[in-house]
Structures are given as structure tokens and as C-alpha cells.
Design a protein around this ligand. Structure first.
Ligand SMILES: NC(=O)c1ccc[n+]([C@@H]2O[C@H](COP(=O)([O-])OP(=O)(O)OC[C@H]3O[C@@H](n4cnc5c(N)ncnc54)[C@H](O)[C@@H]3O)[C@@H](O)[C@H]2O)c1
Length: 328
């Protein structure tokens, strides 16, 4: 049976990949997005296949209510967020406005119009901070270093509050470092997209710190598989979504170079620029994945080099579109 679905943040990097998968399986999808970082072009194929797009801000409770009252979704995927960690530190009020108040508006409307399930999107690394245990399990203490981690944690707690008080079925997926097609190569968050762009531009990648810091890089299509599994499941609470494997930034650069060689791209230059470590960044981040395996039957199946190859192909197309070749 097709589901009636609302995806907030559906014009963004992860959200639009999810929307494509939902449309492909025949669901009736409405996207709510204010296009602050997302792009309508990400929804080109989905809209051609019947997905609806509403340009609205989740901070606007009336607008959110209006969409939910028209659509009456059975499932809500909540991805819309202020995701810029540094902006969250400079302007924590704006960060909280979107990530806390916006989340409350979405949850209130989901409850009011009878959604059977809300899949909330949160973050592992930014919530666990400098964790004692790596890979880090869900029960580890939350020690956010940036306001972003605090606001996402607060959003999770509102999910739990709606569940306890109103019986709204919610599950929160704490994502690791997601990479893949449609991640902004000019943004701050996507180190993989940035390295791919630098490779194709023939530039040496910039590494902040020694490059020995580690991250858990999970491919966006694997995240979508986890999101779909979370919608069908009944389990509630918090579930990490990652690979459980730690990759150093220097190893990532090597892997981007190898994927590039397979794609016929120029050779990856050695990182010549080692910048100062970034304030507020944790040294090591990797998520324990036992709960995702046990409760969702999920494990990430994409090998890093395969995901990187697909990312490089997309970044190459994106560079061609923005005319970067001429500008570089
Ligand atoms: N990319 C990652 O590595 C990663 C890791 C952990 C968690 N997450 C979470 O995944 C979700 C999606 O992130 P992404 O990487 O796809 O980023 P993104 O910026 O591409 O997507 C966020 C989307 O939300 C929209 N949006 C922002 N503020 C809005 C508002 N006030 N009203 C309506 N729409 C709004 C943006 O326009 C964008 O389309 C976020 O909740 C983020 O916290 C991402």
C-alpha cells in the first residue's frame, strides 16, 4: 500500500535522496522546505513523478499546520534543520529557532493530524562530543560541543515527550558523517564533497589539524535504506546509523584519490595545506551500530571507494554546471 508521506527538508542533500526512494516505491510525497540550503533542482525527478513541493518554513506553525491539514500524512520524515555547526555557535538563537521550535511545530502537526509514525533525523558526532567509548553506543552521555548538538538533542527529547504524553510513535536516527551525491561541495559540512571538488580542480586538499582525526563516513543511499526501515518498524527511541568503521581524514584523501584514478580523474595531490585544528571539532567520531542491526535489520552495505566513485561523478557534473572548470 502506498503511504502518504511528508518529508521536511526534502529539497536538501539527504532529504531529496529519500524523496526519490519514496516516489520510486509509489508513495504520495509532499516536501516542506524553505530552500535555505536545499535546491528545487534536487526534486526535479521526484516532482515529475508526482511529488509535491511546498516552500514553507518549519518555524511558521501556521504554514506547517496548513500543509499537514491538507495532506494528513501517515508517515513524517523530519530532516529540515539548521546544520551549520559554526553558525550554531555564532547564532545559537537562530539554530534553536529552526532545530527546536521548528521540530516542535512538525511534531505538533504530526500528532494533531494523526500521523502513525515520525522518523526524526539527528546527529551522532555532534551529540556525543568527545566520547569515552568509540564506536559510541546510543546510551553514551550526550556532550555536545556546539549549539547544533544541543538543539538536535532537544529535538530528540521533544520526540520522546510527544511519544510519552500523546502516544505519537517516534524514532530518532542519529546519523554519522553522511556523504554522497548532492552534498554541497562548497559548503562547510561535507568534507568528502569538498575533497572530491578539490581533486577535480587539481587542488591540494586542506586538512585542519594532523589528518589523524577519524570519522564514520556513511553513504547517503545506505542512510535512506535505514530511514525506510525505521518507517516500517515499530521500535521507538534512538538508533545510530553509521558504518561502525573509523576512517582517518588522511585515509579518506587516499581513498578519494583511488576512486578518482578509477574514474580517470587527475591524481590526488598530497595535502600541502595543514590548517590549525578547528575549534570545537572532536578528534574521533564513530558510531556503534548494534542497535541498527538488531532493531532495524540494517547495516551499511556501500564500500567507501564505491560511494566515493558515485560522489565524484556527481561532483564532476555539478562542477560542469556551475562552470567551475572555466573559473579555476
Ligand atoms: N549531512 C550529514 O552528515 C548529517 C549528519 C548528521 C545529521 N544530519 C541531519 O540530516 C538532516 C539533513 O541534513 P543534510 O545534510 O541533508 O542538509 P541540507 O542542508 O542539505 O538539508 C536540510 C534541508 O532543510 C531545509 N531547511 C532548513 N531550514 C529550514 C526551515 N526553517 N524550514 C524548512 N526547511 C528548512 C534546507 O533548505 C535543506 O533543504 C538534518 O536534520 C541534519 O541535522 C546530517
Amino acid at each position: 500500500m502506498p503511504e502518504v508521506v511528508i518529508v521536511t527538508g526534502g529539497a536538501g542533500f539527504i532529504g531529496s535522496s529519500l524523496v526519490d526512494a519514496l516516489v520510486a516505491r509509489g508513495d504520495l510525497v509532499t516536501v516542506i522546505d524553505n530552500l535555505s540550503t536545499g535546491h528545487e533542482s534536487n526534486l526535479k525527478h521526484a516532482r515529475a513523478s508526482g511529488a509535491a513541493f511546498v516552500n514553507a518554513d518549519i518555524r511558521d506553525a501556521g504554514a506547517v499546520d496548513g500543509v499537514f491539514s491538507r495532506v494528513s500524512p501517515s508517515v513524517v520524515f523530519h530532516l529540515a534543520a539548521q546544520i551549520d555547526v559554526r553558525r550554531s555557535v555564532i547564532d545559537p538563537a537562530h539554530d534553536a529557532d529552526v532545530n527546536v521550535l521548528g521540530t516542535v511545530n512538525v511534531l505538533s502537526a504530526a500528532y494533531r493530524y494523526g500521523a502513525r509514525r515520525v522518523i526524526n533525523t539527528s546527529t551522532g558526532g555532534a551529540i556525543y562530543g568527545a566520547a569515552d567509548t568509540i564506536p559510541t553506543p546510543e546510551e553514551a552521555p550526550a556532550r555536545p560541543l556546539a549549539a547544533y548538538g544541543t538543539s538536535k538533542l532537544c529535538g530528540e527529547q521533544y520526540c520522546d515527550w510527544f511519544r510519552r504524553l500523546h502516544g505519537l510513535s517516534t524514532v530518532t536516527l542519529r546519523l554519522a558523517n553522511v556523504y554522497g551525491p548532492r552534498q554541497d561541495p562548497l559548503g562547510e559540512a561535507g568534507v568528502v564533497a569538498i575533497f572530491c571538488d578539490q581533486l577535480l580542480a587539481g587542488q591540494a586538499p586542506t586538512v585542519f589539524g594532523t589528518g589523524a582525526q577519524t570519522r564514520d563516513f556513511v553513504f547517503v543511499e545506505d542512510v535512506v535504506v535505514a530511514q525506510l526501515a525505521a518507517a516500517s518498524a515499530t521500535v521507538e527511541g534512538i538508533i545510530n546509523i553509521g558504518t561502525g568503521k573509523a576512517t582517518t581524514v588522511l585515509d579518506l584523501i587516499g581513498a578519494v584519490g583511488r576512486a578518482g584514478a578509477e574514474e580517470g580523474a587527475p591524481s590526488m595531490l598530497a595535502p600541502t595545506v595543514f590548517g590549525e585544528p578547528r575549534e570545537g571539532e572532536v578528534e574521533h567520531s564513530c558510531l556503534a551500530i548494534g542497535r541498527a542491526r538488531d532493531d532495524l535489520g540494517f547495516s551499511a552495505s556501500t564500500q567507501l571507494v564505491d560511494g566515493l566513485r558515485q560522489t565524484l561523478q556527481w561532483v564532476g557534473g555539478h562542477r560542469a554546471q556551475r562552470g567551475a572548470g572555466a573559473a579555476d
